[in-house]
Design a protein around this ligand. Structure first.
Ligand code: ADP
Ligand code: MG
Length: 460
């Protein structure tokens, strides 16, 4: 007698058939950074934004460009507040109403995913990102006497889920409810949130653990996905309920009267960098200490660490930029390139590792393609990320995606592929469903009877 949302059938099924809700996609352009201001000074940005028309033009050359439409187009001048309002707020409001919601950032490393989602903004409150603002809105709306808000924070790296709130918990399984098909990670630390301050502390702790875990594994956080889950459980007054009064009038209801709860879940995903990684695990550029170093366009020199601690890992080589004259730089570049090849050959992170490092991200791309094309088979089971996001794409959640791009003409290729990802995601239809159910658990506790007995009695 239960439908797929875990609610009782009958009135609920009639009133909770679902509301169509397409995945919404916004594009956000990062302002030029200091290097781009200097190095690309003579070049136009690779994109031109027309926010009123919700259009983006990607330059092909000086004369020609391709035009794309998005749900929102956010220029380099868009404030964090505005980004929150267009990308996140409708999703947060849905979660408060008892729906699942997803907010996700996709884009090349260094284009502003973490800035958009994860900025704590303590030094500058105007810079607060989506996670912080979402919790502010949630805490302002719930009543902590009757409702509860709890959080878990995870990292997914090479198909392993790590608990960012408890580093010892470093291989958490995904559990699938055999009846409803809902996925969850019950092994993750769940912390109840009562005030904004403790939430920000929790995010900070998670970030510190993420940094430590990545240092230990000699990886980059740009290679892993960070996933914040916020569970909002609210009690519902009978008259506000989506259930019809039939159930309420049954004699069993009168004796047992479990209260109704709505369980909205907000998932915020800061995805791994979308840049392509070749077979050796090499990206076309390195990111180190927030300094981006490009193979063929920036002159760089090895730190004296060949074979030492700073080398190896995913093509992560200690490089530092030198401001010398061109000839000197040229010499250094050839040293740099031959050195890197040598490291690739000898250090040899396995091909398997290179493949699985972005397995989840390519699986997500495949699922979105399949959904966009209404294909019969959506390969959800191919990766942990797609399993975790099962409800977010083609499921019952309200989903908002922000794709982040940089202005540099040197990354035109990566920018184009990010745009195409966003365009396909816009075709994905979800069917929003209210997550309302009877709170048998607390009633069973209160009456001190067994849960399954209570459910059997109530559903008779
Ligand atoms: P990602 O998470 O996609 O790798 P980050 O969020 O770390 O990228 O951003 C890279 C750099 O660009 C950071 O120094 C960040 O502060 C800066 N940045 C990103 N987006 C913006 C923006 N909209 N305005 C100002 N600075 C930004
Ligand atoms: Mg980041």
């Amino acid at each position: 007698r239960r439908n797929s949302t875990g609610s009782l059938a009958g009135g609920a099924a009639k009133d909770n058939a679902g509301v169509p809700g397409r995945v919404r996609v916004a594009v956000r352009l990062r302002p030029r950074n200091a290097e781009e201001l200097v190095e690309d000074a003579d070049f136009a940005d690779c994109v031109e934004l027309q926010p009123e028309l919700k259009r983006l033009k990607l330059r092909k050359n000086n004369w020609d460009s391709d035009t794309y439409e998005f749900d929102e187009v956010l220029t380099e001048f868009a404030s964090q507040k505005r980004v929150y309002e267009v990308v996140a707020k409708p999703v947060v409001e849905s979660v408060l109403d008892g729906y699942n919601g997803t907010i996700m950032a996709y884009g090349q490393t260094g284009t502003g995913k973490t800035y958009t989602l994860g900025r704590l903004g303590e030094e500058d409150t105007a810079a607060r990102g989506i996670m912080v603002r979402a919790m502010e809105d949630i805490l302002a709306d719930v009543s902590l006497e009757t409702d509860s808000v709890s959080v878990s924070y995870l990292q997914l790296y090479m198909e392993t889920i790590q608990d960012l709130l408890d580093p010892a918990n470093d291989n958490i399984p995904i559990v699938e409810d055999p009846k409803t098909g809902d996925v969850s990670v019950p092994g993750a630390t769940l912390v109840e949130i009562r005030d904004q301050h403790s939430f920000v502390e929790l995010l900070r702790l998670g970030e510190a653990h993420r940094f430590a875990a990545n240092t230990k594994l000699n990886t980059e956080s740009s290679r892993s996905h960070a996933i914040l889950m916020v569970h909002v459980k609210r009690s519902v007054k009978a008259r506000d309920s989506a259930f019809s009064s039939e159930n309420g009038n049954s004699p069993h209801m009168k004796t047992l009267k479990p209260s109704l709860v709505r369980k909205g879940k907000l998932v915020v995903v800061d995805l791994a960098g979308s840049e392509r990684i070749d077979k050796s695990g090499q990206t076309s550029f390195l990111v180190l200490n927030k300094l981006e170093v490009y193979w063929d366009s920036v002159w760089a020199r090895f730190a004296p660490c060949l074979g030492g601690g700073g080398c190896g890992g995913w093509g992560l080589v200690k490089l530092y930029k030198e401001d010398k004259d061109r000839e000197e730089k040229k010499k250094e570049r050839s040293l740099c390139c031959s050195g890197l090849r040598c490291i690739q050959g000898s250090e040899g992170h396995t091909l398997e590792e290179a493949k699985s490092i972005n397995l989840s991200l390519s699986a997500l791309g495949k699922c979105i393609n399949a959904l966009a094309e209404n294909s019969a088979h959506v390969p959800v089971r191919d990766s942990k990320l797609t399993r975790l996001l099962k409800d977010s794409f083609g499921g019952t959640a309200r989903t908002s995606l922000v794709i982040t791009i940089g202005p540099s003409p040197r990354h035109r290729g990566e920018t184009a592929s990010t745009i195409m990802f966003g365009q396909r995601a816009m075709k994905v239809e979800n069917m929003l469903k209210l997550k309302e159910e009877f709170d048998y658990k607390s009633l069973a506790r209160r009456l001190d009877i067994q849960l399954d007995k209570l459910i059997a009695e109530h559903e008779r």
